[in-house]
Design a protein around this ligand. Sequence first.
Ligand code: ZN
Length: 244
Amino acid sequence: MINPKKFAILGDIHANLEALEAVLEDCRERNVTDYACVGDVVGYNANPSECLEIIRELKCVVVRGNHDHYSSHGESLWDFHALAADVLDWTRHRLTDEQVEYLRNLRMSRMLAGFTLVHSTLDMPEKWGYVFEELEAAANFNYQSTGVCFHGHTHIPAVFERDGRVTRSTPIKLNVTLGKKYFINVGSVGQPRDGNPLASYVTYDMGRKEVEFRRIQYDIEKTQEKIRGAGLPEMLASRLAAGK
Ligand code: ZN
């Protein structure tokens, strides 16, 4: 029987409510049935509490990102940029105790029927390593037991494919082939960094075995106004228009 499920995999939402709402509207238009998230629901932008509530209402399967971690654990922020640390402190004060508890209990990785979710890498998820290139993806594959694993963290959409050797590409659509392994970065909903300011996410049609990268327009100016209104650093507003 054909698997009728069509997943939307979202990542690095980063408290950007306008981007998240626009993405979810696109999901509904594309008949998405299930939702998953590779982490970093909060941090950087101005609506952490609102974004977290929406994600929870969707019954979305979520794994822990570094911003989710540091905004819910009382640890020092020594390994963060000063700018990110300031925003995390601001974020903590916007979340309810119950929301903090939810973030604190998120798992580092999750295996669903047919694919895995992780924020950074499966080999050492607690190190929050960045995968930009083939070599950095190679170690992950040794720990990946499903054909497909979705991740985020760099905010740059990409497909790393292992078929003997590891290659990197940035397709619009990808047909998943049995026997190959794919480590797929879904890009960022709330703060894209590949030079394209449009919100990024992917759909995974389980029946067709097809992954599609989507880029969605949203009201960037409104998000920027909220960032400025909240007294968050100006750079967080300006970078959204530049997509980096
Ligand atoms: Zn992030």
